[in-house]
Structure formats: structure tokens, C-alpha cells
Design a protein around this ligand. Structure first.
Ligand code: GAR
Length: 199
């Protein structure tokens, strides 16, 4: 499986995916890592690992379409089977998503459809849910809304705040992202409406 990674920040999900490949748990090759933020720790990490790393600073472009065209040009060259958003904090346009239907995946730190958007862990604390978690899903044109591939639940403790909950969810994110990619790499699944069915 040829895998492209898009990130904006820390890159711990990217590191977890890379670790799984190195250990032999995931049969994949990271063909490029793209960050819209040149100072993202994740892109620096990709460089130290010797992976093809591209900083495509969205602030250097006049429009979303122009920035996406630059990202798409890299992807067209690298021909990934899947594009994994790993803390990529830019909305993708419908045209970008249409270029890779059911081949862009995202991780979100809640049990979707609860708490889409920013600060999902803080939203969970404020709402008072007893269970939250993370979701790996296909990306469609709606925010945090595409067909669900893997979810993992995390208990919300009485003394949690957004940051302690985020830390425990993050551990599950790392495992969930690898689990989802292993399943997708098998190729043995179909998408039936909203349902992703693995055989
Ligand atoms: C992760 O918690 C991920 O779920 C979240 O950003 C963090 C990135 O961490 N993504 C979203 O909230 C997307 N809506 P990382 O850079 O260490 O992988």
C-alpha cells in the first residue's frame, strides 16, 4: 500500500503509522509526508526519518484552490493508494476529495458523530459524556462525517480535563489508525452506503 500523510502539527499519529511499518505490522510504504505548516514538528520528524517531506505553506497561496493544486501535484506524482490525514487542520474542498474518492482517511478524537470539529475532547468534557474515544473514517465533503472504518472507546474519568482525556484518547488513536490501515491494506472490504464492511 502506497501511503501519503498530510499533517499540520505534532505528528504523533504519523509516527505511530511509521512505527507500525518499521515493525512489520503494516505492509505499507510512506511515499510522501506533506505539511501545510513549515514549522510542524511532524514534517521535521519525517525529514529525520529520510522520508520524502514537503512543506506546502498555505499562507503562500492566494486561494484554497491554489494551495490544494500544489498538494495535488505532489500526490499525482507519488500515486498513493490512500491519503491519511494525521492532524491535518485544513478543510479539503469537494474537488480535492473527488480526486481520491474513498481513499482519503482521517482520524478524529471523538466517537463520531458526537463532537465533530475543533476541540472534540473539550466538547466531550463539557457535555459530560462518560465514554468518548476516537474514530478513523473516510473523508467525504462534510466535516468529520464520512463512513466509519474503526472506532475505539475511552472512559471519561471524573477528574479528567480536556488535556488528560486527550492524552488517553491519543494512545488509542495510534492503535486505531494502524488497525484501520491494516484492514484497508487487506483490500477485503466494501463500502455499503455509510457502512464499511470488512470480510
Ligand atoms: C489528533 O488528536 C487528531 O485526532 C486530531 O489532531 C491531533 C493530531 O495529533 N485531529 C483532529 O482533531 C481532526 N479534526 P498528532 O499531530 O500528534 O497526530
Amino acid at each position: 500500500m502506497r501511503l501519503a500523510i498530510l499533517l499540520s502539527g505534532r505528528g504523533s499519529n504519523f509516527a505511530a503509522i511509521h512505527g507500525a511499518i518499521v515493525r512489520g505490522d503494516l505492509d505499507a510504504e510512506i511515499v510522501c509526508v506533506i505539511s501545510n505548516r513549515p514549522d510542524a514538528p511532524g514534517i521535521a520528524h519525517a525529514r529525520t526519518l529520510g522520508l520524502p517531506a514537503h512543506a506546502v505553506d498555505h499562507r503562500a497561496f492566494d486561494s484554497r484552490a491554489a494551495h490544494e493544486a500544489a498538494v495535488l501535484a505532489i500526490l499525482e506524482k507519488e500515486k498513493p493508494d490512500f491519503i491519511a490525514l494525521a492532524g491535518y487542520m485544513r478543510l479539503l474542498s469537494p474537488a480535492f476529495i473527488a480526486a481520491y474518492p474513498m481513499r482519503i482517511i482521517n482520524i478524529h478524537p471523538s466517537l463520531l458523530p458526537a463532537f465533530p470539529g475543533v476541540d472534540a475532547q473539550g466538547q466531550a468534557i463539557v457535555y459530560g459524556v462518560k465514554l468518548s474515544g476516537c474514530t478513523v473514517h473516510f473523508v467525504d465533503e462534510n466535516l468529520d462525517a464520512g463512513p466509519i472504518i474503526v472506532q475505539r472507546a475511552v472512559e471519561v474519568r471524573a477528574d479528567d480535563d480536556a488535556s488528560t482525556l486527550a492524552a488517553r484518547i491519543l494512545e488509542e488513536e495510534h492503535a486505531a489508525y494502524v488497525e484501520a490501515l491494516v484492514k484497508l491494506a487487506s483490500g477485503d472490504y466494501c463500502v455499503d452506503g455509510r457502512r464499511v464492511v470488512f470480510n
